[in-house]
Design a protein around this ligand. Sequence first.
Ligand code: AMP
Length: 279
Amino acid sequence: MKLYTTITSLQNALNEEHSKGLKIGFVPTMGALHEGHLSLVTKAGSMCDIVVVSIFVNPTQFNDKKDLANYPRTLESDMKLLSTVRCDYIFSPSVGEVYPVPDTRKFDFGTLETVMEGEFRPGHFNGVAQVVSRLFEIVLPDKAFFGRKDFQQMAVIRALVRQLNLPIGIVPCDIVRETDGLAMSSRNKLLLPEYRTCAPLIYKTLKEAKELDRTATVDEVKKFVVNQINTTQLLKVEYFQIVDDTTLMPIESWSESGTKVGCIAVYAGNVRLIDNIIF
Ligand code: AMP
């Protein structure tokens, strides 16, 4: 496992792998790694010859400067964790290395970037598209691995790849959870104990909502989820939407065709958690 912090040194190493015809799998992350990230790295290892993991806290996707400042940065323990699976290259660049000049590119993903996360985190997906396209350009992967936990992000990345006509396969990976059901997240480290104790209610409620979908209307299920989570004073739902998994547009009735996904964002104190479930 080799660590590179500059684009040139990484590209020199990867050029050799490319020239041997080896397939490169890429896992972009912001570090503070956990088993969820490792599942992506393991999947990349099972589908590709070479695995590249980037660790970069991308400032352009944070609409909240405090969130950016508080985001955990744990390169040493990340490297230890990555040494337990097959990871060939870690790319951990500085902000100046990724953005030698400010990235002023504006992407347009239509409603994919304006609903749900897009409504509450303006500019977030533009920042995600900036960093992912930049990293793709640097790594030139054959396949890139993304978690279904960031469901909307995956839809945006697929749109990005289509728009830029990139020859990169996007591989979705299942959500990895703690034993109590809480979706693993780097932000879980920031939860104070009382918030950590009640956070599993989010997934418990999503599972109960899924059970209700035969007997209750879409609206009733939405109200059930919001009310049940908000009953604990410590959690506050920012949004809960049931959407079509491709268009991300809210559905009105269960009879609509297509796969439906319930997507939620919840504040546990000042830590923002997201999760989703397929109905
Ligand atoms: P992040 O470091 O939060 O930007 O996440 C990097 C990648 O890991 C993204 O594709 C996430 O969707 C994925 N990821 C984060 N948490 C999980 C999880 N609990 N299960 C599966 N994938 C995850």
